[in-house]
Design a protein. Sequence first.
Lengths: 303, 250
Amino acid sequence: MRWPLLLLVLFLLAFPPIASATGLEFYQGLLTKIMILALAASSLNLILGYGGMVSFGHAAYFGLGAYAVAILMREGISSGWVIWGVAVGLSALLALLIGAICLRTRGVYFIMITLAFAQMIYYLVVSFKQYGGEDGLRARRPEFGLFELTDTALYYLSLAVLAGALYLLHRLVHSRFGRVLQAIRENESRALALGYPVFHFQLVAFVLSGALAGLAGALMAHYTQYASPNLLAWQQSGHLMMMVILGGVGQFWGGVLGAATLSIVEEVLQDLTIHWQLGVGLILLFIVLFAPKGLAGLLRRRP
Amino acid sequence: MILLETQQLSKRFGGLLAVNSCNLEVRAGEVHALIGPNGAGKTTLLNLITGVLAPSKGQIRFDGQEITHLPAHARVHRGLARTFQITNLFKNYTVRVNLELAVQARRGSSFRFWQPVAKERALTEEAFQVAERVGLGRRFEVVAGQLSHGEQRALEVALALASKPKLLLLDEPMAGMGPEESARMVELIESLRQEFTILLVEHDMDAVFRLAQRISVLVYGQVIATGTPEEIRANPEVHRAYLGDEGGAA
Ligand SMILES: Nc1ncnc2c1ncn2[C@@H]1O[C@H](COP(=O)(O)OP(=O)(O)O)[C@@H](O)[C@H]1O
Ligand SMILES: [Mg+2]
């Protein structure tokens, strides 16, 4: 894993100058989007894959992060660091409230109630006409002091945030906490019988996941310079979930691989046919049937 | 000294009173057997004691304090550990990880997010000691789901031991075992007698009469008799309600 990873990082670091020299700026944008979605999908994978909590409401935190940027910029707060702090803090708080309620349920009920909460947030935000209602809200890029947030700066910023978050997640899943979180997924009643306060572990993971999704949402708002209600919609939750399933549920690189593959496949198929969603569906079906550990599982099987 | 005491403890499932005003006393240091026909409410009683189920009525006192409303995980830290009648392990994890998880639950905080747990030698060492103790030392790196039935039952006991409980609750540890495996389990429980107070739910009467200092008989969710093995053998009511169908020879 070490060499491919190093090569990938070098490639990503070197890409922007190469792209501008060869007129491939479009792909720099695509990579920025992929890195942001990889962060969001990886945050979902923490609770879905490692925690066994099938949350169907991840768009709530993702979208809230984006709206935090747009609204604060509109209100005249333009420090990127402050805006990030608010985006992450609000998403974490929302995850705390939603998690504290939803984590008392299991199975299908959990899926439905997380979805229901996310839909409530969606309709709540859309009902605020001063924040654009169904049209969404323009989100100018904030100031980060040290640098101007150009497209290229955003690319590197997204890369840095993704790398930092992945490092954090890697430490987390191999720590004491991570081991217990996975043990709860494996066998909840056994974990409880060993004396683990199951609810607290799940809630902490849920909040962390929501916070990271909020940060991804803020980056997405920088990228599109726009907070769209679509970011809060259930389709967005489904989209992130598809990425995790495609990349590998509970596989460390699942979120990254899924976000990259799905984004590229969509890009390619969109150009070829208007029935591109059918193609995406077929690929997903193949993965679910023949590769339950997703692309990460397929890659790992090779020596 | 009385370590565990239930007072008028009841659990209702819809129309069924699975545990019915149950009074049970376990003294510190004894092996106390809980016997009774299938469906008598033995497992339900253990679930009430460990906090997996909330009682409909009554009280539970443990180690001098009331624990009736304490959450299940907190009771483990007070010194209550149990095994399950139906084997309940982390089947996809090795014996090592199963036991490390059990040791970790007792030692220090598990809200540690940074250091790799796999490098914690102290966890591994203690996990290995517990494995040795139940005869699984040589199976330490084997995935739990691939152990034989008898080995899985031993691991089940080991997981409870790793929390160093004051009271060990064993729910039919010999369930589904052949005679050889059973004999080994009886030996294991005998070896634990010095160190732990044990509440043993068991069907195998030979094992019960060999291991227990006192026996309580549960029928329809009620303790109908408590006493030494001799007293229980001689109790006509127990014979009528229970021992009769196991062969009056006992
Ligand atoms: N969760 C439950 N819901 C409804 N009924 C239950 C539940 N658990 C046990 N019972 C019923 O309670 C009675 C006692 O069961 P149990 O405690 O398992 O008996 P034992 O362990 O003595 O064989 C049985 O009739 C059983 O069907
Ligand atoms: Mg039972």
